[in-house]
Design a protein around this ligand. Structure first.
Ligand code: ZN
Ligand code: ZN
Length: 648
């Protein structure tokens, strides 16, 4: 028999009969590895232990310690086991597809009766039984016709349709978990006993159209999550619970920050409390931009398609733009405009007014730019993903040899802001040249080198995303990690050689000749709307004092204290603190509870004793104890706390 050579991760090679399977390779190493093995990587491909290897190859045998492969297999095998469990309990259910997704899997079923939340418990129980049976996983390759015949005989029309939609006539792979069979590319585990019975959970049921087509059958989708161990499952479930508690849509209601309604999908109605956060943040950003040497501009919302054609957005971005047709007076045709989806082309219009010289560069042009983008309704999410939003946008027009210094300056600028807003750490992703791109390799070399050097000079490590840059230049992305471990990409800096060319931006160099400026598109927060959503979730509604929309409520304990309450409110306001009175005829505990739900950071309670002693009883959000202090000291301390960090 022909021999093949398999090379192991440690570099050693051994010779085997051609057609050897990874299961046999594992056995040849040790019985314990043969038992523990879950799959292999053969020539960089995830490989089932049962699949033969026909030629020389590299091989690595995986066990549950290999998290990436283990998670994939566990989630994938559980999809099969769940489908088997469902069909064992309800034999008239038809199966469709069940892919692995982030943290778990789902499977779509066709069943006349709807699944109930109680059914999930029954399915989980059946799945655990199947796991305990340690049923062997077996695979065979079938001729297409045989597979179609098999599914036709078993009355599984969705599987027949799936096979018919697979192009070509190559044979198909079948998998069995015990006697239960499914069409599947694999790989899979050795037997169901390798699944961790205590590290998965069925989460929810949702409707889903077959093949995502609303004219086809409505199926029932069951979602599950799974991990390599029960501790990891527990951590995940805790994170979900935390995320639900912090959900900005829920807190937005409780704190009376904003609402959204059907008549304006993806657009925000800001209430006074929410708008207070927004304007505080905007004032702060405006001060930082002034310190950072930016000039602030403002540009039109409704712009003729001619500009979008010139900038390239009409061709590349039209499906995300709101198009507005107007019967313009005196015009022979309808004027076609679009709401701006981004500010860049408008900023070039300002740059192009009047002659620019090298002495004007770098020109840092900032705008709190209101943009509208058409997002499919399914993609909208609270104030995090909307159709109408305002970017903290800026474009730095500079010469090529200024890219590095300007990038470094921006990273320093952004670091201060993130820190002020409560994020101590952020990570940087660097995306370099994609396959399809404009500009010469020489220009790309220079701009990539400039971004790298600037990032290093700013003391940041970066992760490389090869080939993920825009077609017009490389980019940096700045990612925040929040209190419960979720990542949010907020800041960005993109080098652009193309737009200045398309919109004919020029400056006169020291040599007296015309040159093209480079544009750096950059944003720190991204959009105010999304960033406020992130802030609310990061702080679970307990915003830093200076950003809290309602900072202090002064509440009376008895009506005799009403006058003093008003005096305290007036003192605090004079000191620059947002204070309000609560002199309703309610019990103090009731008032405290209500304002705690509203996430008011400080409640000052006053009764007889406080009136007489000119003190207040201070209660901080989340603390049980109160502390009696003099009005003068409290006012001084709160005035400092209410000062934005850049003004301290
Ligand atoms: Zn499968
Ligand atoms: Zn831009």
């Amino acid at each position: 028999m022909a021999q093949i050579s398999l090379t192991f991760p440690d570099g050693n090679a051994r010779s085997y009969d051609a057609g050897v399977t990874p299961a046999q390779v594992a056995s040849s190493i040790s019985t314990s590895l043969a038992k523990k093995a879950i799959s292999a990587t053969v020539n960089d491909k995830h490989w089932d232990l049962q699949w033969p290897i026909d030629g020389d190859a590299t091989i690595a045998i995986h066990t549950m310690k290999d998290e990436v492969q283990a998670n994939e297999l566990i989630r994938h095998d559980l999809a099969h086991v769940m489908a088997r469990a469902v069909q064992e309990i309800w034999p008239d259910t038809k199966v469709t597809i069940g892919p692995v997704i982030e943290n778990g899997w789902y499977y779509d079923f066709d069943r006349a009766e709807p699944f109930t939340p109680e059914d999930l418990g029954a399915i989980e129980k059946k799945m655990k039984e199947i796991i305990n049976k340690r049923d062997e996983v077996r695979t065979e390759v079938w001729e297409r016709d045989r597979a179609i015949q098999h599914y036709t005989d078993n009355n599984e029309p969705y599987k027949v349709e799936l096979i018919e939609s697979i192009p070509g006539d190559e044979p198909l792979r079948m998998y069995w978990h015990g006697d239960w069979q499914d069409l599947c590319r694999g790989p899979h585990l050795q037997h169901t006993g390798q699944l961790p019975g205590d590290a998965f959970k069925l989460m929810s049921i949702a409707g889903a159209y077959w093949r995502g087509d609303s004219s086809r059958a409505m199926l029932q989708r069951i979602y599950g999550v799974a991990f390599t161990g029960k501790e990891k499952l527990k951590a995940h479930l805790t994170m979900l619970e935390e995320a639900a508690k912090r959900d900005h849509r829920k807190l937005g209601r409780e704190m009376d920050l904003f609402h959204m309604q059907e008549e304006a999908p993806g657009q925000i109605f800001w209430h006074p409390n929410g708008w207070k956060i927004y304007t505080q943040l905007q004032d702060y950003m405006r001060r930082q931009q002034e310190r950072g040497g930016y000039v602030e501009v403002n540009t039109p919302q409704v712009v003729d398609r001619k500009l979008w054609e010139a900038s390239g957005h009409w061709e590349k971005y039209q499906e995300n733009m709101f198009i507005v047709e107007v019967d313009e007076e005196h015009a022979r045709e309808k004027a076609v405009n679009a709401l701006k989806p981004m500010n860049c082309p408008c900023h070039v219009q300002i740059f192009n007014q009047g002659l620019k010289s090298y002495r004007d560069l770098p020109l840092r042009m900032a705008e709190f730019g209101s943009c509208n983008r058409y997002e499919p309704s399914g993609a909208l999410h609270g104030i995090m993903r909307v159709r109408g939003f305002t970017q903290d946008d800026a474009h730095i027009f500079c010469a090529e040899d200024q890219i590095e210094a300007e990038t470094k300056k921006f990273i320093d600028f952004l670091s201060v802001i993130y820190k002020d807003l409560g994020f101590e750490k952020f990570s940087v992703k660097f995306s370099d040249r994609p396959e399809k791109r404009s500009g010469s390799d020489e220009v790309w070399d220079k701009s990539e080198a400039a971004l790298k050097a600037a990032t290093e000079a700013a003391g940041c490590a970066y992760e490389l995303n090869p080939g993920e840059g825009a077609f017009y230049g490389p980019k940096l992305e700045f990612v925040l990690t929040d209190a419960i471990g979720r990542d949010w990409q907020c800041g960005t800096l993109q080098v652009d050689f193309v737009l200045p060319e398309r919109l004919d931006a020029t400056y006169i160099g020291a040599d007296g000749a015309k040159h093209r400026p480079v544009m750096l598109h950059r944003a720190t927060l991204g959009s105010f709307e999304r960033f406020i959503g992130i802030l609310i979730e990061e702080h679970a509604g307990k915003l830093p004092f200076w950003l809290a929309p309602r900072q202090v409520v002064v509440a009376s304990i008895t009506s005799d204290a009403d006058d003093y309450v008003m005096e305290v409110v007036a003192e605090l306001k004079k000191a620059g603190v947002r204070a309000e009175a609560d002199i309703r005829n309610e019990k103090i505990n009731y008032k405290v509870r209500e304002h705690s739900v509203g996430k008011v950071p400080v409640i000052l309670a006053v009764g007889h004793r406080e009136v007489e002693e000119r003190t207040v009883s201070v209660r901080r959000l989340g603390e049980k104890q109160t502390k009696v202090e003099s009005l003068e000291n409290v006012t001084k301390a709160l005035a400092v706390e209410a000062t934005p960090p850049d003004l301290l």
